[in-house]
Design a protein around this ligand. Sequence first.
Ligand SMILES: *Cc1c(COP(=O)(O)O)cnc(C)c1O
Length: 375
Amino acid sequence: MNKIQMVDLHTQYQRLKPEIDAAMQEVIQSSAFINGPAVKQFQKSLSAYLNVKHVITCGNGTDAIFAALSVLGLNPGDEVIIPSFSFIATAEATGLLNLKPVFVDADPFTYTISPSEIEAAITPKTKAIIPVHLFGQGAGMNEIKEIAGRHNLHVIEDAAQCMGAGYNYGQKKRKLGTIGNIGITSFFPSKNLGGFGDGGACFTNDDELAEKLRMFVNHGAKEKYYHETTGINSRLDTIQAAILNVKLSHLNNFNLQRREVAGFYDNAFKNIDEIDIPGRNPDSEHVFHQYVIKVKNGKRDDLREWLKNKNIPSMVYYPVALHKQKAFEKLTDINTNLPVSEMLTREVLALPIHTEITHEQLEYIKNGVISFFNQ
Ligand SMILES: *Cc1c(COP(=O)(O)O)cnc(C)c1O
């Protein structure tokens, strides 16, 4: 049996090698490394796949959040509602723009931002909500859009972990990332749709926002050397776009493989009292960027150590809730009491899930976990 890894990018590359090598060679031969034809092609293919009008690619997912927050006409001190149980990028971009992140608690079953807690956090200064579709499934977008509509708030969806997941938005089936005013994603190598380096994108159906986003990531210019505002330089490399074009054609299959692994784990662990398998939002598809269980009774770290001794890797996403991070000490009240987020930081454990994991490895992981609870 091969060594078990949290992600296995090398084996996936071996499987797709002929297609990926050909696409990369084409870029190298043309030497159009910046804004080459593959970039436009990828934007077009991704907007067709997501059924969204505009895809604006950029250098990484964090820049995409920064760009999204920059084009909404917000003022310093405006408040942005963000889940506390999440990756730092959303809150970081908010802080860098002198906006105030307001951290909100999570739903204990789906781990995504709790819509009822959002309502309670709204003040006259609130201008935007950034739901994060954590670990591969959607936050409660029907409720969130309804709240945003009532309070006249912008919605930026962080779709970095859920590329390809569908969502029942009202009567319509939509892709996550295309329901809010702007959606963002990341093509970091380990994401469900990942390149061979950094990459990111914004999505929107709004022509005016699309134009502003395009300018913002291109030094505030529509036409070279004619700058209408200041922006940043954030581009998706042509070579990354070429790789992503290949990988996009496999994305549905990748997500199916991840769902099969999740189904295996669900069955393996559903009868263990001290484990909660990940809860599902009934409106959302889950594409399992991560498979995250909760381990009860303070046993998470012991289980992790037990697995490590059997060469089974696992990870804690995330060990510290954002409202407890030193980075936000000066910006916001980090002593807020968000009990669900804090419980999650103590109980969550992510098990290996990726497109290359074998049945033999899954059986080994299953037996490793079960043996801990049968000691
Ligand atoms: C990965 C990730 C990002 C940031 O993406 P980068 O491309 O690494 O900047 C933002 N939000 C979430 C939820 C992520 O998982």
